[in-house]
Design a protein around this ligand. Structure first.
Ligand code: CAA
Ligand code: NAD
Length: 297
């Protein structure tokens, strides 16, 4: 694998986790944010997460306190933050994890295409948009893949590696090897709406919101039913809060526009209303449920 230096654009919920697992995988990482305060927020989350992992490995008897601390410090030293996109120019791989808006993502890749060295591989962490559209905008569709990580990135073991009709075999193999070096199991997927997981998961979350809207069951009962009835770690309503109501709405709205006649992609009214009220879930402390930090109240 020729990938050594990795850039991650966006250091929010997903981006900070991708930065961290890439650094844990031994890569040099540049985290680029739009504003300093968001960068500081993302890096602070990484510090907290590395401290948690160190604490856990001591508790589990996997390392001494000194060794765990040294490992966390080494990982952290591989990460630099910046608000200047030019720092991405010499990266071997740049992963985009910004807001789920196709026009904004395409504009970013157009700029990155002009800025980065010709060999740089581009990847998007999009939940739902066509990789092909962003690949086209970058001007180098043959060096473009989807690398779809899952939330929380530090704990979820999967990465979907998405290839388009134009992705070169070697680029795809390198992206897959990168995902595995980050400690994930990689699955391959074609460039289809939602790839494997979200094509199944998001309509299920939307259906649960429609159930709530109709008054068929309470949020708590829907979540308890799916946890105890199916063994899922979280119910669909709590999971929507966890993912972010804004991100979920962007995903469903994007699909509604592209596939207006498919009822499984219809937008739940409740989702639209809560987003309008600024109730975005865990990230704002209120969604369907109340949250304090990472915990549901
Ligand atoms: N960094 C490091 N360590 C962390 C951590 C972090 N960010 N978060 C938690 N931990 C540690 C905790 O300290 C804890 O350690 P101990 O076992 O030593 O106490 C351990 O990890 C487990 O943490 P929790 O007790 O908080 O975790 P849990 O057992 O309740 O599981 C969960 C939490 C993994 C999030 C689980 O609830 C889960 O799997 N939920 C479903 C998540 C899911 O479905 N994600 C996919 C969303 S969809 C998506 O991502 C795609 C998209 O495009 C929208
Ligand atoms: P988020 O809102 O938490 O973070 C996005 C970050 O990108 C913000 O910090 C914002 O300041 C930054 N940003 C926006 N435009 C930028 C630009 N032009 N340059 C640099 N930084 C910019 O969102 P998120 O939940 O981390 O989602 C990011 C991407 O990952 C989306 O495409 C989303 O669909 C996808 N995704 C989300 C989840 C999830 O569960 N939330 C899971 C998998 C994939």
């Amino acid at each position: 694998m020729t990938i050594q230096k990795v850039g991650v654009v966006g250091c929010g919920l997903m981006g900070h986790g991708i930065v961290q697992v890439a650094a844990q995988g031994g890569f040099q990482v540049v985290a680029v944010e739009a504003e300093q305060k968001f960068l500081d927020g993302g890096l602070a989350r990484i510090d907290k997460s590395l401290a948690k992992l160190a604490e856990k490995s001591v508790k589990d008897g996997k390392a001494t306190a000194e060794a765990a601390q040294a490992k966390a410090s080494e990982t952290r030293a591989r990460i630099v933050g910046s608000t200047d996109r030019k720092t991405l120019a010499d990266c071997d791989l740049v992963i985009e994890a910004i807001v789920e808006n196709l026009d904004v993502k395409k504009q970013l890749f157009k700029e990155l295409g002009a800025l980065c060295k010709p060999s740089t591989i581009f990847a998007s962490n999009t939940s739902s948009f066509p990789i092909t559209d962003m690949a086209q905008a970058s001007g180098r569709p043959e060096r473009f893949v989807g690398l779809h990580f899952f939330n929380p990135v530090q704990l979820m073991k999967l990465v979907e590696v998405v290839r388009t009709a134009k992705t070169e075999d070697d680029v795809f193999a390198q992206a897959r090897a990168f995902g595995e070096a980050c400690g994930k199991t990689a699955v391959s997927c074609k460039d289809t709406p939602g790839f494997v997981v979200n094509r199944l998961l998001v309509p299920y979350m939307a259906e649960a919101m429609k159930m709530l809207e109709r008054g068929d069951a309470s949020a708590q009962d829907i979540d308890t039913a799916m946890k105890l009835g199916c063994g899922y770690p979280m119910g669909p309503i709590e999971l929507t809060d966890y993912v972010g109501l804004d991100t979920t709405l962007f995903i469903v709205e994007g699909w509604t526009k592209r596939y207006p006649n498919d009822p499984s992609f219809a937008v739940p009214t409740l989702l639209r209303d809560l987003v309008k009220q600024g109730k975005l879930g865990r990230k704002t402390g209120q969604g369907f449920y109340k949250w304090e930090g990472d915990k549901r109240v």
